[in-house]
Design a protein around this ligand. Structure first.
Ligand SMILES: Cc1cc2nc3c(=O)[nH]c(=O)nc-3n(C[C@H](O)[C@H](O)[C@H](O)COP(=O)(O)OP(=O)(O)OC[C@H]3O[C@@H](n4cnc5c(N)ncnc54)[C@H](O)[C@@H]3O)c2cc1C
Length: 425
Protein backbone atom coordinates (compact mmCIF):
# COMPACT_ATOMS: atom_id res chain seq x y z
CA UNK A 1 0.00 0.00 0.00
CA UNK A 2 2.69 2.44 0.91
CA UNK A 3 4.60 1.59 -2.22
CA UNK A 4 1.50 2.48 -4.19
CA UNK A 5 1.09 5.67 -2.23
CA UNK A 6 4.60 6.81 -2.66
CA UNK A 7 4.48 6.24 -6.39
CA UNK A 8 1.17 7.95 -6.87
CA UNK A 9 1.74 10.92 -4.66
CA UNK A 10 5.22 11.82 -5.77
CA UNK A 11 5.35 11.07 -9.44
CA UNK A 12 3.41 12.22 -12.41
CA UNK A 13 2.78 8.65 -13.46
CA UNK A 14 -0.75 8.09 -14.58
CA UNK A 15 -2.47 5.42 -12.61
CA UNK A 16 -5.75 4.04 -13.71
CA UNK A 17 -8.52 4.43 -11.19
CA UNK A 18 -10.06 1.07 -10.41
CA UNK A 19 -12.42 1.99 -7.64
CA UNK A 20 -16.12 1.98 -8.19
CA UNK A 21 -18.83 3.38 -5.99
CA UNK A 22 -19.16 0.02 -4.28
CA UNK A 23 -15.48 -0.25 -3.65
CA UNK A 24 -15.47 3.25 -2.23
CA UNK A 25 -18.23 2.30 0.15
CA UNK A 26 -16.26 -0.70 1.24
CA UNK A 27 -12.59 0.04 1.74
CA UNK A 28 -11.60 -3.60 1.76
CA UNK A 29 -13.00 -3.99 -1.75
CA UNK A 30 -11.12 -0.93 -2.73
CA UNK A 31 -7.86 -2.42 -1.61
CA UNK A 32 -8.67 -5.70 -3.29
CA UNK A 33 -9.22 -3.81 -6.50
CA UNK A 34 -5.93 -2.04 -6.16
CA UNK A 35 -3.95 -5.16 -5.33
CA UNK A 36 -1.90 -6.34 -8.22
CA UNK A 37 -2.93 -3.48 -10.45
CA UNK A 38 -1.09 -0.58 -8.98
CA UNK A 39 -0.01 0.85 -12.28
CA UNK A 40 -2.12 -0.19 -15.15
CA UNK A 41 -1.27 0.03 -18.80
CA UNK A 42 -4.54 1.86 -19.31
CA UNK A 43 -8.22 1.71 -19.98
CA UNK A 44 -9.80 -0.12 -22.87
CA UNK A 45 -9.47 3.17 -24.72
CA UNK A 46 -5.77 3.14 -24.11
CA UNK A 47 -5.77 5.98 -21.57
CA UNK A 48 -4.82 5.75 -17.98
CA UNK A 49 -6.33 7.98 -15.43
CA UNK A 50 -5.32 8.89 -11.96
CA UNK A 51 -6.93 11.03 -9.34
CA UNK A 52 -5.41 12.35 -6.12
CA UNK A 53 -8.38 11.00 -4.22
CA UNK A 54 -6.72 7.58 -4.24
CA UNK A 55 -3.71 8.67 -2.35
CA UNK A 56 -5.68 10.72 0.15
CA UNK A 57 -8.13 7.99 0.88
CA UNK A 58 -5.47 5.33 1.15
CA UNK A 59 -3.47 7.50 3.45
CA UNK A 60 -6.30 8.04 5.89
CA UNK A 61 -7.50 4.50 5.87
CA UNK A 62 -4.03 3.13 6.29
CA UNK A 63 -3.59 5.29 9.39
CA UNK A 64 -6.40 3.28 10.94
CA UNK A 65 -7.90 6.26 12.74
CA UNK A 66 -10.73 6.98 10.33
CA UNK A 67 -13.69 4.70 10.44
CA UNK A 68 -15.60 6.94 8.10
CA UNK A 69 -14.13 8.78 5.20
CA UNK A 70 -15.30 11.75 3.29
CA UNK A 71 -17.91 10.84 0.77
CA UNK A 72 -16.68 13.57 -1.52
CA UNK A 73 -13.61 11.44 -1.94
CA UNK A 74 -11.47 14.40 -1.06
CA UNK A 75 -9.82 14.05 2.28
CA UNK A 76 -6.90 15.93 3.73
CA UNK A 77 -3.64 14.04 3.90
CA UNK A 78 -0.79 14.77 6.24
CA UNK A 79 0.96 17.20 3.94
CA UNK A 80 -1.92 19.38 2.84
CA UNK A 81 -3.70 19.55 6.16
CA UNK A 82 -2.94 22.91 7.67
CA UNK A 83 -5.49 23.13 10.43
CA UNK A 84 -8.32 20.93 11.49
CA UNK A 85 -10.06 21.87 14.67
CA UNK A 86 -11.69 19.55 17.18
CA UNK A 87 -15.12 19.84 15.59
CA UNK A 88 -13.78 18.81 12.25
CA UNK A 89 -13.89 22.21 10.61
CA UNK A 90 -10.72 23.72 9.29
CA UNK A 91 -8.64 24.79 6.34
CA UNK A 92 -7.39 22.31 3.76
CA UNK A 93 -5.22 23.51 0.91
CA UNK A 94 -6.22 26.99 2.01
CA UNK A 95 -9.90 26.17 1.54
CA UNK A 96 -12.59 26.36 4.16
CA UNK A 97 -13.67 22.93 5.15
CA UNK A 98 -16.88 22.76 7.15
CA UNK A 99 -17.38 19.70 9.38
CA UNK A 100 -14.79 17.00 9.39
CA UNK A 101 -16.62 13.71 9.29
CA UNK A 102 -19.69 12.23 7.74
CA UNK A 103 -22.53 11.63 10.06
CA UNK A 104 -25.96 10.36 9.19
CA UNK A 105 -27.72 13.68 9.22
CA UNK A 106 -25.14 16.28 8.40
CA UNK A 107 -23.01 16.84 5.37
CA UNK A 108 -19.48 18.10 5.25
CA UNK A 109 -18.86 20.96 2.90
CA UNK A 110 -15.93 22.40 0.99
CA UNK A 111 -15.60 25.88 -0.40
CA UNK A 112 -14.29 26.55 -3.91
CA UNK A 113 -14.17 29.57 -6.11
CA UNK A 114 -15.65 27.62 -9.00
CA UNK A 115 -17.57 24.35 -8.87
CA UNK A 116 -18.14 22.67 -12.23
CA UNK A 117 -20.61 19.82 -12.72
CA UNK A 118 -19.63 17.42 -15.52
CA UNK A 119 -16.21 16.46 -16.82
CA UNK A 120 -17.19 16.40 -20.46
CA UNK A 121 -15.47 18.54 -23.10
CA UNK A 122 -17.42 21.64 -21.96
CA UNK A 123 -16.74 21.29 -18.21
CA UNK A 124 -13.07 20.45 -18.65
CA UNK A 125 -12.50 23.20 -21.22
CA UNK A 126 -14.02 25.71 -18.77
CA UNK A 127 -11.87 24.42 -15.92
CA UNK A 128 -8.70 24.56 -18.03
CA UNK A 129 -9.46 28.07 -19.29
CA UNK A 130 -10.15 29.36 -15.78
CA UNK A 131 -6.86 28.01 -14.51
CA UNK A 132 -5.02 29.44 -17.53
CA UNK A 133 -6.50 32.86 -16.73
CA UNK A 134 -5.44 32.46 -13.10
CA UNK A 135 -1.90 31.67 -14.26
CA UNK A 136 -1.85 34.68 -16.62
CA UNK A 137 -3.13 37.06 -13.93
CA UNK A 138 -1.09 35.48 -11.15
CA UNK A 139 -4.08 34.68 -8.96
CA UNK A 140 -5.07 31.36 -7.49
CA UNK A 141 -8.73 30.44 -7.68
CA UNK A 142 -9.75 26.96 -6.66
CA UNK A 143 -11.64 25.02 -9.31
CA UNK A 144 -13.20 21.59 -8.88
CA UNK A 145 -15.07 19.36 -11.30
CA UNK A 146 -17.48 16.65 -10.17
CA UNK A 147 -18.16 13.81 -12.62
CA UNK A 148 -20.70 11.04 -12.19
CA UNK A 149 -18.85 8.56 -14.41
CA UNK A 150 -16.52 6.22 -12.53
CA UNK A 151 -13.69 7.94 -14.35
CA UNK A 152 -13.39 10.92 -16.67
CA UNK A 153 -14.59 9.90 -20.12
CA UNK A 154 -16.55 6.88 -18.87
CA UNK A 155 -19.89 8.42 -19.88
CA UNK A 156 -18.74 9.95 -23.15
CA UNK A 157 -19.69 7.64 -25.97
CA UNK A 158 -19.24 9.85 -29.00
CA UNK A 159 -17.09 8.31 -31.74
CA UNK A 160 -16.47 11.51 -33.33
CA UNK A 161 -15.50 13.66 -36.27
CA UNK A 162 -13.65 16.40 -34.49
CA UNK A 163 -13.06 19.94 -35.62
CA UNK A 164 -9.93 21.07 -33.74
CA UNK A 165 -10.50 24.86 -33.92
CA UNK A 166 -11.56 25.26 -30.29
CA UNK A 167 -8.79 22.98 -29.05
CA UNK A 168 -6.25 24.99 -31.08
CA UNK A 169 -7.29 28.03 -29.06
CA UNK A 170 -7.46 26.28 -25.70
CA UNK A 171 -4.37 24.07 -25.80
CA UNK A 172 -2.39 25.09 -28.89
CA UNK A 173 0.33 22.50 -28.17
CA UNK A 174 -2.02 19.55 -28.25
CA UNK A 175 0.00 17.79 -30.94
CA UNK A 176 3.29 17.98 -29.01
CA UNK A 177 1.43 17.06 -25.82
CA UNK A 178 0.21 13.86 -27.44
CA UNK A 179 -3.51 14.46 -27.50
CA UNK A 180 -5.26 11.34 -28.78
CA UNK A 181 -6.04 13.00 -32.11
CA UNK A 182 -4.10 11.18 -34.79
CA UNK A 183 -6.43 10.12 -37.60
CA UNK A 184 -7.15 12.90 -40.12
CA UNK A 185 -10.31 12.52 -42.18
CA UNK A 186 -9.16 10.89 -45.41
CA UNK A 187 -12.47 10.58 -47.26
CA UNK A 188 -15.95 11.94 -46.65
CA UNK A 189 -18.90 10.07 -48.16
CA UNK A 190 -22.61 10.67 -47.98
CA UNK A 191 -25.03 7.89 -48.93
CA UNK A 192 -28.76 7.65 -49.33
CA UNK A 193 -29.81 4.12 -48.36
CA UNK A 194 -32.74 2.12 -49.65
CA UNK A 195 -33.34 -1.37 -48.30
CA UNK A 196 -30.95 -2.94 -50.81
CA UNK A 197 -28.83 -0.18 -52.25
CA UNK A 198 -26.61 2.79 -51.32
CA UNK A 199 -26.68 5.87 -53.56
CA UNK A 200 -23.75 8.24 -53.29
CA UNK A 201 -24.69 11.92 -52.89
CA UNK A 202 -22.48 15.02 -52.66
CA UNK A 203 -21.50 15.43 -49.01
CA UNK A 204 -23.10 18.42 -47.28
CA UNK A 205 -20.28 18.34 -44.72
CA UNK A 206 -16.84 19.83 -44.94
CA UNK A 207 -14.59 17.60 -42.90
CA UNK A 208 -11.32 18.74 -44.44
CA UNK A 209 -8.68 19.12 -41.71
CA UNK A 210 -10.95 17.40 -39.19
CA UNK A 211 -10.06 14.22 -37.35
CA UNK A 212 -11.72 10.94 -36.45
CA UNK A 213 -11.30 10.52 -32.69
CA UNK A 214 -12.70 8.88 -29.61
CA UNK A 215 -14.19 11.74 -27.57
CA UNK A 216 -13.89 9.59 -24.48
CA UNK A 217 -10.11 9.40 -24.96
CA UNK A 218 -9.92 13.11 -25.61
CA UNK A 219 -11.79 13.98 -22.41
CA UNK A 220 -9.48 11.69 -20.42
CA UNK A 221 -6.53 13.55 -21.85
CA UNK A 222 -8.19 16.89 -21.07
CA UNK A 223 -8.76 15.65 -17.51
CA UNK A 224 -5.03 15.10 -17.13
CA UNK A 225 -4.30 18.56 -18.56
CA UNK A 226 -6.81 20.12 -16.15
CA UNK A 227 -5.22 18.39 -13.18
CA UNK A 228 -1.78 19.52 -14.28
CA UNK A 229 -3.11 23.09 -14.03
CA UNK A 230 -4.40 22.45 -10.50
CA UNK A 231 -8.05 21.58 -11.15
CA UNK A 232 -9.44 19.05 -8.66
CA UNK A 233 -11.54 16.38 -10.37
CA UNK A 234 -13.85 14.09 -8.42
CA UNK A 235 -15.04 11.25 -10.63
CA UNK A 236 -17.60 8.76 -9.39
CA UNK A 237 -19.87 11.33 -7.73
CA UNK A 238 -23.08 12.69 -9.17
CA UNK A 239 -24.18 16.19 -8.26
CA UNK A 240 -27.75 15.60 -7.20
CA UNK A 241 -28.87 18.83 -5.59
CA UNK A 242 -28.50 22.55 -6.18
CA UNK A 243 -27.74 24.60 -3.06
CA UNK A 244 -29.41 27.98 -2.71
CA UNK A 245 -28.92 30.74 -0.17
CA UNK A 246 -31.77 32.55 1.54
CA UNK A 247 -32.10 34.89 -1.47
CA UNK A 248 -32.54 32.02 -3.94
CA UNK A 249 -29.00 32.46 -5.34
CA UNK A 250 -27.10 29.34 -6.31
CA UNK A 251 -24.24 28.69 -3.90
CA UNK A 252 -23.07 25.26 -5.03
CA UNK A 253 -24.15 21.65 -5.33
CA UNK A 254 -24.40 18.57 -3.17
CA UNK A 255 -23.41 15.08 -4.25
CA UNK A 256 -25.74 12.13 -3.82
CA UNK A 257 -26.02 10.06 -0.67
CA UNK A 258 -24.62 6.57 -1.08
CA UNK A 259 -25.47 3.23 0.52
CA UNK A 260 -29.26 3.46 0.33
CA UNK A 261 -31.13 0.23 -0.39
CA UNK A 262 -33.87 0.02 -3.02
CA UNK A 263 -36.55 0.36 -0.36
CA UNK A 264 -34.94 3.55 0.99
CA UNK A 265 -33.36 1.82 3.98
CA UNK A 266 -29.93 3.16 4.92
CA UNK A 267 -27.40 0.35 4.70
CA UNK A 268 -24.32 0.02 6.91
CA UNK A 269 -22.36 1.57 4.11
CA UNK A 270 -24.53 4.69 4.09
CA UNK A 271 -22.59 7.84 3.32
CA UNK A 272 -24.12 11.26 3.34
CA UNK A 273 -23.36 13.35 0.24
CA UNK A 274 -21.03 16.29 0.43
CA UNK A 275 -21.64 19.97 -0.27
CA UNK A 276 -19.33 21.66 -2.73
CA UNK A 277 -19.96 25.35 -2.37
CA UNK A 278 -18.76 27.74 -5.03
CA UNK A 279 -18.69 31.44 -5.66
CA UNK A 280 -19.57 30.32 -9.17
CA UNK A 281 -21.35 27.09 -10.02
CA UNK A 282 -21.09 26.03 -13.62
CA UNK A 283 -23.36 23.29 -14.95
CA UNK A 284 -21.79 21.37 -17.85
CA UNK A 285 -23.92 18.25 -17.62
CA UNK A 286 -24.44 17.80 -21.35
CA UNK A 287 -27.78 16.97 -22.90
CA UNK A 288 -30.78 17.41 -20.56
CA UNK A 289 -28.80 17.53 -17.33
CA UNK A 290 -30.91 16.86 -14.27
CA UNK A 291 -29.64 19.90 -12.32
CA UNK A 292 -29.77 22.11 -15.41
CA UNK A 293 -33.43 21.21 -15.86
CA UNK A 294 -34.12 22.20 -12.25
CA UNK A 295 -32.36 25.54 -12.70
CA UNK A 296 -34.17 26.23 -15.99
CA UNK A 297 -37.45 25.61 -14.22
CA UNK A 298 -36.63 27.49 -11.03
CA UNK A 299 -35.49 30.65 -12.82
CA UNK A 300 -37.98 30.25 -15.70
CA UNK A 301 -35.13 30.59 -18.18
CA UNK A 302 -37.09 29.31 -21.18
CA UNK A 303 -40.00 31.65 -20.60
CA UNK A 304 -37.67 34.62 -20.13
CA UNK A 305 -35.95 34.15 -23.48
CA UNK A 306 -39.10 32.95 -25.29
CA UNK A 307 -37.04 29.95 -26.34
CA UNK A 308 -38.62 27.12 -28.23
CA UNK A 309 -38.72 23.87 -26.37
CA UNK A 310 -35.55 21.80 -26.71
CA UNK A 311 -35.67 18.78 -29.03
CA UNK A 312 -33.62 15.63 -28.66
CA UNK A 313 -32.25 12.68 -30.58
CA UNK A 314 -30.96 9.34 -29.39
CA UNK A 315 -27.57 8.16 -30.62
CA UNK A 316 -26.81 4.44 -30.45
CA UNK A 317 -23.25 3.47 -31.16
CA UNK A 318 -20.98 0.44 -31.36
CA UNK A 319 -17.23 0.22 -31.76
CA UNK A 320 -16.17 -2.72 -33.92
CA UNK A 321 -12.77 -4.20 -34.56
CA UNK A 322 -12.79 -5.23 -38.20
CA UNK A 323 -10.60 -7.08 -40.63
CA UNK A 324 -7.36 -5.24 -41.45
CA UNK A 325 -8.00 -5.48 -45.19
CA UNK A 326 -11.30 -3.59 -44.89
CA UNK A 327 -10.03 -0.91 -42.54
CA UNK A 328 -9.27 2.53 -44.03
CA UNK A 329 -8.35 4.97 -41.21
CA UNK A 330 -9.97 8.38 -41.63
CA UNK A 331 -12.89 7.23 -43.79
CA UNK A 332 -16.10 9.03 -42.85
CA UNK A 333 -19.52 7.88 -44.09
CA UNK A 334 -22.89 9.42 -43.19
CA UNK A 335 -26.17 7.98 -44.41
CA UNK A 336 -29.78 9.08 -44.76
CA UNK A 337 -32.87 7.02 -45.49
CA UNK A 338 -33.34 3.33 -44.70
CA UNK A 339 -33.96 1.91 -42.13
CA UNK A 340 -35.76 5.13 -41.08
CA UNK A 341 -38.87 6.12 -43.00
CA UNK A 342 -39.27 9.52 -44.63
CA UNK A 343 -41.19 10.90 -41.62
CA UNK A 344 -38.40 10.12 -39.15
CA UNK A 345 -35.45 12.48 -38.86
CA UNK A 346 -32.10 10.81 -38.39
CA UNK A 347 -29.26 8.96 -40.06
CA UNK A 348 -26.23 6.85 -39.45
CA UNK A 349 -22.49 7.45 -39.15
CA UNK A 350 -19.55 5.19 -39.77
CA UNK A 351 -16.05 6.39 -38.92
CA UNK A 352 -12.81 4.43 -39.38
CA UNK A 353 -10.63 5.16 -36.34
CA UNK A 354 -7.16 3.68 -35.74
CA UNK A 355 -6.24 0.16 -34.58
CA UNK A 356 -8.71 -1.57 -36.96
CA UNK A 357 -11.60 0.06 -35.08
CA UNK A 358 -14.69 1.64 -36.55
CA UNK A 359 -17.47 3.61 -34.82
CA UNK A 360 -20.89 2.78 -36.23
CA UNK A 361 -24.05 4.43 -35.00
CA UNK A 362 -27.59 5.52 -35.71
CA UNK A 363 -29.09 8.82 -34.55
CA UNK A 364 -32.90 8.97 -34.35
CA UNK A 365 -34.71 12.20 -33.49
CA UNK A 366 -37.01 11.53 -30.55
CA UNK A 367 -40.05 13.20 -32.13
CA UNK A 368 -40.79 10.12 -34.27
CA UNK A 369 -44.45 9.60 -35.06
CA UNK A 370 -44.60 5.82 -35.02
CA UNK A 371 -44.99 4.80 -31.36
CA UNK A 372 -43.82 1.27 -32.21
CA UNK A 373 -40.50 2.41 -33.64
CA UNK A 374 -37.56 1.07 -31.67
CA UNK A 375 -34.29 2.93 -32.40
CA UNK A 376 -32.36 -0.10 -31.13
CA UNK A 377 -34.03 -2.45 -33.62
CA UNK A 378 -33.59 0.06 -36.46
CA UNK A 379 -29.87 0.02 -35.64
CA UNK A 380 -29.83 -3.79 -35.81
CA UNK A 381 -31.43 -3.56 -39.28
CA UNK A 382 -28.86 -1.01 -40.40
CA UNK A 383 -26.03 -3.42 -39.63
CA UNK A 384 -27.59 -5.91 -42.06
CA UNK A 385 -27.61 -3.51 -44.99
CA UNK A 386 -25.44 -4.98 -47.76
CA UNK A 387 -23.17 -1.89 -47.84
CA UNK A 388 -22.41 -2.19 -44.13
CA UNK A 389 -22.71 -5.90 -43.43
CA UNK A 390 -19.73 -6.80 -45.62
CA UNK A 391 -17.56 -4.47 -43.53
CA UNK A 392 -18.63 -6.00 -40.23
CA UNK A 393 -18.38 -9.65 -41.26
CA UNK A 394 -15.61 -11.36 -39.30
CA UNK A 395 -15.39 -8.40 -36.91
CA UNK A 396 -16.14 -8.09 -33.19
CA UNK A 397 -18.09 -5.53 -31.17
CA UNK A 398 -15.83 -4.20 -28.45
CA UNK A 399 -17.91 -1.35 -26.97
CA UNK A 400 -21.48 -0.13 -27.22
CA UNK A 401 -23.62 2.57 -25.71
CA UNK A 402 -26.39 5.08 -26.26
CA UNK A 403 -26.82 8.71 -25.36
CA UNK A 404 -29.15 11.58 -26.10
CA UNK A 405 -28.13 14.66 -28.08
CA UNK A 406 -29.60 18.15 -28.17
CA UNK A 407 -31.13 18.78 -31.56
CA UNK A 408 -32.87 22.08 -30.89
CA UNK A 409 -30.04 24.25 -32.03
CA UNK A 410 -28.42 27.40 -30.81
CA UNK A 411 -30.75 29.77 -32.57
CA UNK A 412 -34.16 28.65 -31.29
CA UNK A 413 -33.83 26.62 -28.13
CA UNK A 414 -31.29 28.46 -26.06
CA UNK A 415 -32.53 29.49 -22.64
CA UNK A 416 -31.86 32.84 -21.05
CA UNK A 417 -28.26 32.82 -19.83
CA UNK A 418 -27.89 32.78 -16.09
CA UNK A 419 -24.77 34.67 -15.26
CA UNK A 420 -23.89 36.13 -11.93
CA UNK A 421 -20.16 36.46 -12.11
CA UNK A 422 -18.43 37.47 -8.92
CA UNK A 423 -14.90 36.40 -9.79
CA UNK A 424 -12.52 39.17 -10.75
CA UNK A 425 -9.45 38.32 -12.74
C1 LIG B 1 -23.58 8.97 -30.66
C2 LIG B 1 -23.06 10.38 -30.68
C3 LIG B 1 -22.22 10.80 -31.71
C4 LIG B 1 -21.74 12.11 -31.74
N1 LIG B 1 -20.88 12.48 -32.75
C5 LIG B 1 -20.34 13.71 -32.76
C6 LIG B 1 -19.40 14.08 -33.76
O1 LIG B 1 -19.07 13.30 -34.65
N2 LIG B 1 -18.86 15.33 -33.71
C7 LIG B 1 -19.20 16.22 -32.72
O2 LIG B 1 -18.67 17.34 -32.70
N3 LIG B 1 -20.10 15.88 -31.74
C8 LIG B 1 -20.68 14.66 -31.75
N4 LIG B 1 -21.58 14.33 -30.77
C9 LIG B 1 -21.97 15.35 -29.80
C10 LIG B 1 -20.96 15.49 -28.68
O3 LIG B 1 -20.77 14.23 -28.06
C11 LIG B 1 -21.50 16.51 -27.66
O4 LIG B 1 -21.75 17.73 -28.33
C12 LIG B 1 -20.48 16.77 -26.56
O5 LIG B 1 -20.15 15.56 -25.91
C13 LIG B 1 -21.10 17.75 -25.55
O6 LIG B 1 -20.15 18.00 -24.55
P1 LIG B 1 -20.58 18.44 -23.06
O7 LIG B 1 -19.33 18.55 -22.26
O8 LIG B 1 -21.50 19.59 -23.16
O9 LIG B 1 -21.49 17.25 -22.52
P2 LIG B 1 -21.17 15.70 -22.35
O10 LIG B 1 -20.15 15.25 -23.32
O11 LIG B 1 -22.47 15.03 -22.34
O12 LIG B 1 -20.49 15.63 -20.91
C14 LIG B 1 -21.24 15.84 -19.73
C15 LIG B 1 -20.52 15.14 -18.60
O13 LIG B 1 -21.17 15.51 -17.39
C16 LIG B 1 -21.40 14.36 -16.59
N5 LIG B 1 -22.59 14.67 -15.78
C17 LIG B 1 -23.83 14.92 -16.21
N6 LIG B 1 -24.64 15.19 -15.18
C18 LIG B 1 -23.88 15.13 -14.06
C19 LIG B 1 -24.16 15.31 -12.68
N7 LIG B 1 -25.36 15.65 -12.23
N8 LIG B 1 -23.14 15.15 -11.79
C20 LIG B 1 -21.90 14.82 -12.22
N9 LIG B 1 -21.58 14.63 -13.53
C21 LIG B 1 -22.57 14.79 -14.43
C22 LIG B 1 -21.58 13.24 -17.60
O14 LIG B 1 -21.29 11.99 -17.01
C23 LIG B 1 -20.59 13.62 -18.69
O15 LIG B 1 -19.32 13.09 -18.44
C24 LIG B 1 -22.09 13.03 -30.72
C25 LIG B 1 -22.93 12.61 -29.68
C26 LIG B 1 -23.40 11.30 -29.65
C27 LIG B 1 -24.28 10.87 -28.50
Amino acid sequence: MYKFLSISSKSNSLIRRHQTLSSLSNPSNYFKNQAGSKISSGTPNGYSYYHPFNQNFCFLWSQGGFKRFFSSGYVPNGSNLRRLDGRGSGVVNGRLFVRGFCSENSREAMEYDVVIVGAGPAGLAAAIRLKQLCRDKDVDFSVCVVEKGAEVGAHIISGNVFEPRALNELLPNWKQEEAPISVPVSSDKFWFLTKDRAFSLPSPFNNKENYVISLSQLTRWMGVKAEELGVEIYPGFAASEILYDANNNVIGIATNDMGIAKDGYKKDTFQRGVELRGRITLLAEGCRGSLSEKIIKNYKLREKSHAQHQTYALGIKEVWEIDESKHKPGTVIHTLGWPLDHKTYGGSFLYHMNDRQIALGLVVALNYHNPFLSPYHEFQKLKHHSAIKQLLEGGTVIQYGARTLNEGGFQFSLEEQLLDVQLAF
